[in-house]
Design a protein around this ligand. Structure first.
Ligand SMILES: Cc1ncc(COP(=O)(O)O)c(C=O)c1O
Length: 398
């Protein structure tokens, strides 16, 4: 072999050689570490994932079947079917009593894909994003694997309510901050941002030329008003605002992998090309199902919200009565997020709980160091199932 040549066997000998550093170092998703112990099993009570136990409503499935039968099985519009984009613009316009131009709307392969597109469009390695925590880990970690430093600004609890300190949020921003990421209603806390803080953050982003990524996938799951405050209600069309949304939660479509982005209209052509180079569009029949959801799904959204309210009321008072448990009433989303005295390793605890009882919860550590010692239970489930889980938890946490 010539001097200077490296034998391929040497180059690829270590197991992970050839992978990007950021991928090798990527943190494991701790909810997934627990769910993979029993995913798909029927003899368990899985309250670990952020999804309802309801299957997707029949009218949505029927619309997708019909589209398949009609042969709508080809490549399609990158940013989504024009009629779906228009329906989403109309839906948001009606919900928020504003006008949303269809040029601002792009259909994406899930809320997660919407977050990836948003980040890919705006961050460079070495930048940072500022995240309000504890929070669903994926948007934080998606930033990290793009070479971005995800900064964390913890919410604090005040008289039983999660609160955001705006000074802390703004102090966490510097010249390398590309985006403030706001997930409200929040997973796992159920925290919901109010209008005055939305206005302050939007103003700050405008003045500083920072993007605001608003993850509003739980917008419809609110218990003290019809819909959670949205940045879309206060923003101008050209503001540096990217709103991420999803069909997963409100229409029980987690397995369909479809969501959407609402951004300034000028981003549309870039998103079009980015989608071309990644997922190349959402399958047309899924989009037809989504069109049925957004145009005919209001009764289902109301039914789901009621189911979640019943679930919340079945779970939260019983958790409150367990002496080791501290929990505040979630105002939105569909999670009971609670601290248990004496737990210092929530991942091991959640695994052991599953092995011992077949009740599946998410470990609080999955949502960041602030969540250590906490557990998350998704209450978007059948009442009987939740009662059975609570019978178990009352004994287990006694
Ligand atoms: C806060 C938040 N954002 C986005 C998503 C992504 O949803 P999906 O990728 O299923 O559309 C989730 C899913 O759990 C979430 O909790």
């Amino acid at each position: 072999m010539n001097a200077g040549m490296v034998a391929p066997v040497e180059l690829f000998a270590p197991k992970r050689a050839g992978l990007r550093r950021a991928i090798i170092d990527m943190p494991k998703q701790k909810v997934g570490e627990v769910t993979r112990l029993g995913m798909g099993r029927k003899d368990i009570i899985p309250l670990w994932y952020g999804e309802s136990d309801l299957t997707t409503p029949a009218f949505i499935c029927e619309a997708a079947h019909e589209a398949m039968r009609e042969g709508r099985t080809f490549y399609t519009h990158k940013r989504g079917l024009p009629e779906l984009r228009q329906a989403l613009a109309d839906y948001m316009g009606e919900l928020y009593r504003t006008h949303i131009d269809v040029e601002r709307v792009s259909v994406t392969m899930s809320g997660m894909a919407a977050i990836m597109l948003a980040l890919d469009a705006i961050v460079e390695a070495g930048d940072n994003t500022v995240n309000i925590t504890p929070v669903w880990p994926n948007s934080v970690n998606a930033a990290e694997i793009r070479g971005v430093e995800p900064r964390r600004v913890p919410l604090r609890q005040e008289n039983g309510v999660w609160r955001l300190d705006l000074n802390r949020l703004f102090n966490a921003c510097d010249a390398r901050t590309r985006a403030i990421v706001v997930n409200s209603p929040g997973n796992p806390t159920g925290w919901m941002i109010e209008r005055d803080q939305q206005e302050a953050i939007l103003d700050y982003c405008r003045q500083r030329g920072i993007w605001l990524i608003a993850d509003e996938v739980y917008a419809r799951l609110v218990y003290d008003r019809p819909v959670a405050p949205s940045f879309l209600e206060i923003a101008d069309p050209e503001d540096p605002l990217i709103v991420v949304n999803s069909f997963s939660k409100s229409w029980a479509m987690t397995g369909w992998r479809i969501g959407w982005i609402t951004a300034p209209a000028f981003m549309g052509e870039y998103l079009n090309t980015m989608i071309e180079y990644s997922t190349s569009a959402v399958p047309e029949f899924n989009q037809v199902g989504a069109l049925a959801a957004v145009t005919k799904g209001e009764p289902f959204v109301a039914e789901l919200r009621e189911r979640c309210r019943i679930g919340r009321d079945a779970v939260v008072p019983r958790l409150k009565d367990i002496p080791r448990v501290t929990i505040d009433e979630p105002r939105a989303a569909f999670y009971a997020f609670f601290r248990v005295d004496g737990i210092s390793d929530s991942l091991s605890f959640a695994k052991q709980l599953y092995f011992d009882t077949k009740v599946g919860l998410a470990p609080g550590a999955a949502f960041g160091p602030e969540g250590e010692g906490w557990l998350r239970l998704c209450f978007a489930s059948d009442r009987k199932r939740l009662d059975a889980a609570m019978d178990v938890l009352e004994r287990y946490l006694a």
